[in-house]
Design a protein. Structure first.
Length: 768
C-alpha cells in the first residue's frame, strides 16, 4: 500500500498504528515501525525513516523475524545513501549481509548486496558497483518477479549511464520494463522509460528518445508521482537541449528546454514542503540567459542560491538527525545488554548517554554558527575555535583540492597557536595521508608508536602521535580534507571521531556555500554591469554620443516638477517675477541644407558634421543642460534652471557657433554650414504655469524653427505668451495659425533680425 500511494496508505493505516507503540507486542512493533519507516522514506524524510527502521531491526532480531531484520538493515543503508552518508550505508549493508549469508536466502542476500552496490556507485566506484550488481542479479535469479530484482536492475542501468555505456544501459532499462508490468509498480515503468530516453538521446536516436521520455512523463502524471515527474521533465529538457526536435504543441517558451524546465518548476511548486533543487533553478537561469532574458536569469540565479543554501542546511540537519538516531540506538542497545549483564554499570551508561546527547546538542548549535558564514576565512576561524574547544588538537589544518593541478593546497593551518608553513601535497602522493583521504573519500585514523620516522612531517611543525583525517564532501564533490593531530597516543576514540566527522560535514557545507556565494557575486556583478551598459546604450545616440528621446522621457518630468514647484512658491509672494534661473527653455536646432552634404560628399561626411555639432552645442550650453539628438540633423536642447530672458542670447550663440566656423569633413575639405533655431520657454504662461505641458512647449519651439526656415534660414525665432490668455483651447488656437495668434496679441515672437545689437554682444562674450 505504501509503495503504491504513500498518502493513501497513511490515511488508511496511520490512525490504526498511532498511540503508544511501546505497549504493543515486540513482534507487532517490528511491523508498525516498518510501516512508519517506509512511509517516511517515500516522503523523503530519511532521518525519521532511519529511526523507525532501526527500531524495526532491533525488534526483528529480538523476536526471531530475521528476514525483516535484514530488510530493515538494507532500508537503513538506502536511507543513508539518500542522505549522502555512503560510508554509513556501506556499514549497514554489511551488517545485513552478515545476518543474511548464513541463511543462504537469495532474497535477503541479494537485497544487501544490491544496497552495497548502490552506495559504491554514489562513491564513484563504478567497476565495483557493476560487478556486485551482476552478482546480485545472479543471486536473485530464483526471484525474478520480486521488487528487489527490479531495483537491482534499475541500479545496474544507472551504473551503465554513469559509465557512459549507453548501449548496455538501453538494454537493461528495456529489460526492466517487463519486470515493471509483472510487479504492477508504476515507479519501475517510469524508471524504465526515463532510463531508455536518457540512453537513446546519448546514442543520437532523438525521435525514439523523445517518445520514451514522453511515455515516462505520461505514466508519472497518471500516477500523480510528482518526484518522478520532475526527474522525467529534466531528462526531456536535456533531450531537447541536445537535439533539434519538434517543440511541444502548447509551448509558449523561448525553447523546448525552457518549457520542460518550467513544467518541472510548476510540479515542484505543488509538492508540500519540497525544496526546489538549486541545480534545477540554475539550469532555468542558464536558459533565460541564452534567450537574452537577463533580468529573469538574474532573479532565478538568486533563487538557485537560496535553494542551494536551504538544501544544504536541510541535508546537514537530516544527517545530524540520522547520526544522532544511530548513535542513540547503538547506545540504548549496549545499555540494555549491559543492564542484563551488570546492573552496576547502568548508572555510568546513562551518564555517558547524557554526555553524548549534550555533545550532539552542542554540535547542532556549532553547525548553525559555522554554516551561517559565507566567507571561507570566517569559516576557518570558526572551525578552529570549536575544534580546539571540543577536541585534543595541538595541530589543526584544512587542505583544499585544486582540480587543475591535482594537488591539495594548505588553506588554513594552526599548530600551538602559530601558523603552519604553507605547503602543497600532490594528490597522487603514496605517503601523504591527506592525499589518501581524498582519493579514497574516507576517514583515516593514524596512531603512531613513535614520531621519529614520520614521512609526512611538515617542516617547521612538531611530531604528532595521533592523527585524524576526514574528507570535506558535499554530495559527490570533494572539496578537500581536514585534519587534527595530537602529541598523545590514541587521542581519538569513537566519540572524538563522531564530533570531528560532524564538524567536517558542517565545514564542507559552509565552504561550498562560501564558494557558491563568491561565484554568484561574480555572476551578479557581470549581470549588473551588462544591465548598466545596456541601459546606458538605450538612452544614448550611437553616432554622436548625445542623449536620445528615451533619455528625455526618463528625466524631463522631474525637471518639470522642480520648475513648477519654484513657480508655486513665487505665486505665494508679491514679487513681480519668479526667482532668476527658474525656467526651462526648449531649443529646436536644425542644420540647414544638410541633405546636400550627404548627396555631395557622402554619408560619412554627414556623420562628421553631426559629431562636430555635438561639440559646438556642448561649447554653448552647460553640462547640466540636456542635449538630445532629436532625429536626423535635428537637435533638441533643454536648458535647465535658466532665465527666459537669456534665451535669445543662447540662440544667437548657437547660430554663431555653427555659421562662423567651417566644418572640416575630410582633409582639405571645409564646408560652411548654417542652422535654424526655434525656442519656447516652460512654463509658457508664467502666471498659469500648468496651462501647457512641456511637450506642447516643444511643439511651439518646433513652430518657431519652421518660421526661421521660412524666413531664409541661418536665423532663429522664439515665442512667448503676451499678457493674459484664455485657458480654453489656447494651445490649439496658437498651433492652428501662429501669425493670427500674434496679431490677436495672444503670443509674441522674438526674432534675430529684430535684435540688431545682439550679434555684437555675442561676439564680445566670445572674445572675452
Amino acid at each position: 500500500s505504501v509503495f503504491r500511494d504513500v498518502r493513501a496508505a497513511k490515511a488508511r493505516w496511520g490512525a490504526r498504528f498511532g498511540g503508544d507503540i511501546a505497549q504493543e507486542h515486540p513482534g507487532l512493533r517490528m511491523w508498525i515501525h516498518d510501516f512508519h519507516g517506509l512511509a517516511a522514506f517515500q516522503l523523503s524524510d530519511f532521518g525519521r525513516a532511519i529511526g523507525h527502521f532501526m527500531q524495526s531491526y532491533d525488534t526483528g532480531l529480538a523476536t526471531g523475524q530475521l528476514v525483516r531484520a535484514i530488510t530493515a538493515a538494507t532500508n537503513i543503508a538506502n536511507s543513508f545513501t539518500n542522505l549522502n552518508e555512503h560510508h554509513a550505508a556501506l556499514e549497514w549493508s554489511q551488517r545485513g549481509l552478515d545476518l543474511a549469508r548464513p541463511t543462504a536466502w537469495p532474497g535477503s542476500i541479494g537485497g544487501c548486496m544490491m544496497q552495497t552496490a548502490e552506495a559504491l556507485r554514489h562513491l564513484g566506484r563504478l567497476d565495483a558497483s557493476e560487478s556486485l550488481l551482476r552478482e546480485t542479479l545472479e543471486t536473485l535469479a530464483p526471484l525474478q518477479g520480486s521488487r528487489d530484482f527490479a531495483i537491482a536492475t534499475e541500479y545496474l542501468g544507472e551504473v551503465a549511464l554513469d559509465r557512459g555505456d549507453y548501449t548496455t544501459a538501453l538494454e537493461i532499462f528495456r529489460g526492466l520494463l517487463a519486470q515493471a508490468y509483472t510487479l504492477d509498480h508504476a515507479e519501475f515503468l517510469v524508471a524504465s522509460y526515463r532510463g531508455q530516453a536518457h540512453a537513446l538521446s546519448q546514442l543520437d536516436r532523438p525521435a525514439e528518445s523523445l517518445e520514451a521520455g514522453l511515455k515516462a512523463l505520461e505514466l508519472a502524471e497518471r500516477e500523480r508521482d510528482m518526484y518522478n515527474q520532475i526527474s522525467t521533465l529534466r531528462v526531456l529538457a536535456k533531450i531537447h537541449g541536445r537535439h533539434l526536435l519538434p517543440p511541444p504543441a502548447d509551448m509558449q517558451e523561448a525553447s523546448p528546454t525552457l518549457y520542460y524546465l518550467h513544467k518541472a518548476l510548476e510540479v515542484a511548486a505543488n509538492i508540500e514542503g519540497y525544496t526546489v533543487p538549486g541545480d534545477l533553478l540554475y539550469a532555468v537561469a542558464q536558459e533565460y540567459a541564452k534567450a537574452g532574458r537577463h533580468e529573469q536569469a538574474y532573479d532565478t540565479m538568486v533563487r538557485a542560491q537560496a535553494a542551494r543554501e536551504k538544501t544544504h542546511s536541510q541535508e546537514a540537519t537530516n544527517r545530524a538527525i540520522a547520526m544522532q538516531v544511530q548513535q542513540q540506538t547503538e547506545r540504548e542497545r549496549a545499555e540494555a545488554e549491559h543492564h542484563r549483564q551488570l546492573a552496576a554499570a547502568e548508572a555510568r551508561r546513562a551518564e555517558l548517554l547524557q554526555q553524548t546527547s549534550a555533545t550532539l546538542e552542542r554540535l547542532g548549535a556549532v553547525g548553525q554558527e559555522i554554516t551561517t558564514h559565507l566567507d571561507a576565512t570566517a569559516v576557518f576561524r570558526t572551525l578552529d575555535r570549536h575544534v580546539h574547544g571540543l577536541l585534543d588538537a595541538a595541530h589543526f589544518s584544512v587542505y583544499l583540492f585544486d582540480s587543475e593541478s591535482e594537488t591539495l593546497q594548505l588553506a588554513f593551518g594552526v599548530e600551538a597557536s602559530k601558523r603552519v608553513p604553507n605547503t602543497r601535497v600532490d594528490l597522487a602522493s603514496p605517503t601523504a595521508n591527506s592525499a589518501r583521504c581524498v582519493r579514497e573519500r574516507r576517514e583515516i585514523l593514524v596512531d603512531l608508536p613513535d614520531a621519529i620516522h614520520n614521512p609526512n612531517l611538515i617542516p617547521g611543525t612538531k611530531p604528532m602521535l595521533s592523527q585524524l583525517f576526514s574528507p570535506l564532501i558535499v554530495g559527490e564533490k570533494v572539496l578537500g580534507v581536514m585534519t587534527i593531530q595530537s602529541p598523545h597516543r590514541r587521542a581519538y576514540g569513537e566519540r572524538e571521531q563522531l564530533i570531528f566527522r560532524t564538524l567536517c560535514a558542517y565545514g564542507a557545507i559552509a565552504l561550498d556555500n562560501a564558494d557558491t556565494y563568491r561565484q554568484l557575486e561574480v555572476t551578479l556583478k557581470t549581470l549588473n554591469d551588462t544591465k548598466a551598459q545596456l541601459e546606458e546604450a538605450s538612452v544614448t545616440d550611437a553616432l554622436t554620443g548625445l542623449r536620445n528621446r528615451r533619455f528625455l522621457l526618463q528625466h524631463v518630468e522631474s525637471d518639470v516638477a522642480i520648475t513648477l514647484r519654484r513657480y508655486d512658491e513665487w505665486a505665494k509672494t508679491a514679487a513681480p517675477l519668479p526667482e532668476i534661473n527658474a525656467d526651462m527653455v526648449f531649443f529646436m536646432v536644425d542644420l540647414d541644407h544638410f541633405k546636400s552634404v550627404n548627396d555631395t560628399y557622402g554619408h560619412a561626411a554627414g556623420d562628421v558634421v553631426l559629431v562636430e555639432m555635438r561639440k559646438r552645442l556642448q561649447a554653448v550650453f552647460r553640462d547640466a543642460d540636456h542635449i538630445i539628438r532629436w532625429g536626423g540633423e535635428e537637435f533638441l536642447v533643454v536648458a535647465r534652471a535658466t532665465n527666459r530672458a537669456e534665451a535669445p542670447m543662447l540662440a544667437e550663440r548657437v547660430r554663431h557657433a555653427v555659421a562662423e566656423t567651417p566644418f572640416e569633413v575630410a582633409e582639405g575639405v571645409r564646408l560652411d554650414k548654417t542652422c535654424s533655431i526655434g525656442f519656447a520657454c516652460f512654463p509658457f504662461v508664467p502666471k498659469q504655469p500648468r496651462l501647457l505641458s512641456w511637450s506642447q512647449v516643444v511643439e511651439l519651439a518646433d513652430q518657431c524653427l519652421y518660421m526661421a526656415k521660412r524666413a531664409g534660414r541661418d536665423s532663429w525665432f522664439g515665442m512667448h505668451a503676451s499678457g493674459e490668455v484664455q485657458p480654453s483651447g489656447f494651445f490649439e488656437h496658437v498651433m492652428a495659425d501662429v501669425e493670427r495668434a500674434v496679431r490677436a496679441g495672444d503670443v509674441a515672437l522674438v526674432r534675430r533680425d529684430a535684435m540688431p545689437g545682439l550679434l555684437e554682444q555675442v561676439m564680445r562674450a566670445a572674445r572675452s
